[in-house]
Design a protein around this ligand. Structure first.
Ligand SMILES: [Zn+2]
Length: 303
């Protein structure tokens, strides 16, 4: 493999920054990680990131000139055009900071920045579950519900370049209130946080405990999971009819263990859709796990 066909992929979350050297086939050949520590300030994080990339290059016997570039997927919102981060929720001290310029200066290579959910769908399309699809919707279930939409090889953007937030598709007008401004969106019904909150009054410690109890036939746990799975089916129906994708990819920590619960409801719902080509939309689990962000970020500069 030509060394020029390798790139650095960076996945920045609220708690951890993961860095990988990714080859032209989408494999991570070396990796590093460090805590994000957003309270320690942006300059310190940039310094640690530059050091981590330098260390990786040393380990691999490479120089920056041999890299196709550096791609970054960051917990958003971000402004990909300006290279700036605008995430008051999990990266409050980085507001408006430019992540692209200091890396470009340090390594003299192309640097690209995207929302982490967009990086994840690019990763799954490049080297994971969505390789066979052209029109892809990906939902990522964890603390919240993220979304990435990848159409004909391009990340879908909305007004002002904004990233779509399909996690806030309305599902149940009587549901719990969400910070997005409505009641009963997908995220307040089907995120890990939502499942944990619904189970707390019954003494369940977290979402995993609710799933474990549901597997044992606990009636309330079953109702919570069924409500979440129905929410995924309704939101999936909306996305299916809006984008008519080849593939709906369900990813994130929650789906890594519980894909079958959710996929069954969504597939059953789509099977009754008269306007959707029969078997035209595949519902598949993400296959790259936490690496999707690194691989997708690298792909931004490999292509
Ligand atoms: Zn919402």
């Amino acid at each position: 493999m030509n060394a020029l066909r390798s790139a650095i992929g960076v996945d920045i979350g609220g708690t951890k920054v993961a860095v990988g050297l990714v080859d032209g086939r989408g494999s991570i050949t070396a990796r590093a990680a460090f805590p994000t520590e957003p309270t320690a300030g942006f300059a310190r994080a940039v310094k640690r990131l530059i050091e981590a990339i330098e260390q990786l290059l040393r380990e691999c016997g490479m120089t920056p000139a041999q890299l196709a570039g550096i791609g970054i997927g960051c917990a958003g919102p971000v402004n990909p055009g300006a290279g700036t981060i605008h995430n008051p929720f999990t990266l409050p001290t980085w507001e408006g900071c430019n992540m692209v310029a200091p890396l470009r200066e340090a390594f003299a290579r192309p640097v690209a920045l995207e929302n982490d959910a967009d990086a994840a769908v690019v990763g799954e399309a490049f080297a994971g579950a969505a390789r066979a699809f052209r029109q892809i919707v990906m939902l990522t279930f964890g603390t919240g519900v993220g979304s990435g939409i990848f159409l004909d090889g391009a990340i879908y953007r909305g007004c002002d370049g904004e990233h779509p937030e399909a996690g806030h598709i309305p599902v149940d007008p009587e549901g719990p209130e969400c910070y997005c401004g409505i009641r009963g969106c997908l995220e307040v019904l089907a995120s890990g946080t939502a499942i944990a909150a619904a189970g707390r009054p019954a003494g369940f410690a977290n979402a995993q405990a609710v799933f474990a109890a549901a597997a044992q036939g606990h009636p309330l746990a079953n109702r919570i999971i069924e409500r979440a799975a129905r929410a995924v089916a309704v939101a999936g129906w909306t996305l299916a009819h809006t984008f008519m994708p080849d593939g709906i990819v369900l990813g994130g920590g929650l789906m890594a263990e519980q894909f079958n619960w959710f996929a069954a409801f969504l597939r059953q719902r789509l099977a009754s859709a008269s306007l959707v080509p029969r078997n035209g939309i595949q519902v598949v689990p993400a296959t790259l796990g936490n690496d999707a962000g690194i691989i997708g970020a690298a792909r931004l500069v490999l292509s």
